[in-house]
Design a protein around this ligand. Structure first.
Ligand SMILES: CC(C)(COP(=O)(O)OP(=O)(O)OC[C@H]1O[C@@H](n2cnc3c(N)ncnc32)[C@H](O)[C@@H]1OP(=O)(O)O)[C@@H](O)C(=O)NCCC(=O)NCCS
Length: 219
C-alpha cells in the first residue's frame, strides 16, 4: 500500500468518544488550560487512531499507544513524541505521523511490515513564517539565497513550504526540533515533497509537506 495522507476538520470530530483513548493521552489532555486546545488535541488523537485502525483493518479501541521520544523513551505511558501503536503488546506494522494547524489535522501513514520506514507530515498556515529573523534563524544559507532570489510576493508561500518540509523531515527522523532546522537543507531533498492543500480538502492558505524515509532493516 502507498503512503496515505488525509486531512480532517477537528471541530467535526465527536470528542465524546475520547473514552477510547489511553490513560496517558487523557492525562495530557487534562493539562491543557483552554477548552479549545484540549478539544483539538483529543480530536487529533481520535482521528489519528481511527486512521491507523482503518489502515490496519482493526477496531480503533483495540489499539494502545506506543509513542517514542528521543529524550524520554518509548511506551504506552508516554504522551508525546513520534506516534505508534501496539495491539496486545505487539507493535502494529504501520508508520505514522500527525500535524495540526488550527481546526485542521493531517495524518500520514503507511503499512510497513518490517517497520523499516518512517514518515513525517507537517501542515502550517502560510502566514506562520512571517516574523522578523525567520530566514536568518531557521533557513540554511542556500535556502536564504533561494528566498532572496524569489519575487517578494511569493516569499511567504516559499518560506512556509521550506518550514513544513523541514518539520516533516525532522518528524520522520524522529528528532523533531531537538535538531537545528537551519542545519538541514530541504530545497531539493528527494525524501520530502510538498502537497497542494485543496485535493486534501484543506483551505488554500494551508501548506503541507510529507517526508518518507526508508531505513535499513532492523534485523
Ligand atoms: C514535533 C514538533 C516538530 C511539532 O511541531 P508543531 O508544529 O508544534 O506541531 P504539529 O501539530 O505539527 O505536530 C505535533 C505532533 O508531532 C508529533 N511529534 C512530536 N514529537 C515528535 C518527534 N520527536 N518525532 C516525530 N513526531 C513527533 C506528535 O504526533 C505530535 O502530536 P501530539 O500533539 O498529538 O502529540 C515540535 O513540537 C518538536 O520538535 N517537539 C519536540 C522537541 C523535543 O523532542 N523535545 C524533547 C521532549 S522531552
Amino acid at each position: 500500500m502507498m503512503l496515505q495522507v488525509r486531512a480532517f476538520q477537528l471541530s467535526n470530530v465527536d470528542v465524546g468518544r475520547s473514552w477510547i483513548l489511553d490513560p496517558a493521552e487523557l492525562t495530557r489532555a487534562a493539562l491543557f488550560s483552554g477548552e479549545l486546545p484540549r478539544r483539538r488535541f483529543l480530536a487529533g488523537r481520535l482521528v489519528q487512531r481511527h486512521f491507523a485502525a482503518e489502515l490496519l483493518g482493526l477496531a480503533d479501541d483495540r489499539l494502545e499507544i506506543d509513542y517514542h521520544c528521543p529524550a524520554c523513551g518509548q511506551g504506552s505511558w508516554l504522551n508525546h513524541g513520534r506516534p505508534g501503536y501496539t495491539v496486545e503488546g505487539r507493535p502494529v506494522p504501520l508508520v505514522l505521523s500527525l500535524s495540526r494547524c488550527g481546526d485542521w489535522a493531517v495524518v500520514a501513514g503507511q503499512l510497513d511490515a518490517d517497520l523499516t520506514g518512517a514518515v513525517g507530515v507537517d501542515v502550517e498556515d502560510e502566514s506562520s513564517t512571517a516574523f522578523e529573523g525567520f530566514d536568518a534563524t531557521l533557513l540554511t544559507d542556500g535556502e536564504q539565497r533561494l528566498t532572496l532570489s524569489t519575487p517578494e510576493h511569493s516569499r511567504p508561500q516559499l518560506r512556509a513550504q521550506l518550514w513544513t518540509r523541514k518539520e516533516a523531515l525532522l518528524k520522520a527522523l524522529g528528532t523533531g526540533l531537538a535538531r537545528e532546522p537551519n542545519g538541514i537543507d530541504v530545497v531539493a531533498d528527494p525524501r520530502v515533497r510538498s502537497m497542494a492543500p485543496e485535493p486534501l480538502g484543506l483551505p488554500s492558505n494551508l501548506v503541507v509537506a510529507v517526508a518518507w524515509l526508508a531505513l535499513p532493516p532492523r534485523r
